[in-house]
Design a protein around this ligand. Structure first.
Ligand code: SF4
Length: 92
């Protein structure tokens, strides 16, 4: 159960995560089209959503819904960020 949605260091923002105690399997969707509405809603109401997304974007091998985004959505976000930083002349 849920071992594929690794938990970050519990001494930090994770203490305030809205999904603490929730079934972790809800946060590992079978596909992008079968994302749990409950997981999505939980993330959207989570007070540490930005921290969670930042963690997922900067931690290799993270799999599942983090910060309200799936793996595929985070890949797209990374691409957009890279494109933007390249366009703005900043180093990614
Ligand atoms: S944003 Fe979602 S996955 Fe991340 S801590 Fe909050 S509820 Fe959990």
């Amino acid at each position: 159960m849920g071992s594929e949605h690794p938990r970050p260091d519990p001494a930090t923002w994770w203490d305030h995560a809205a999904c603490r105690g929730a079934n972790p399997d809800l946060f590992v969707p079978v596909s992008d089209t079968e994302i749990s509405r409950l997981a999505r809603r939980t993330c959207n109401e989570c007070p540490v959503k930005a921290d969670c997304l930042d963690h997922a974007l900067n931690t290799p091998g993270v799999h599942g819904i983090y910060g309200g985004l799936t793996d595929h959505e985070r890949r797209n976000l990374r691409r957009r960020i890279r494109r933007q930083t390249t366009t703005n002349g900043a180093t990614p």
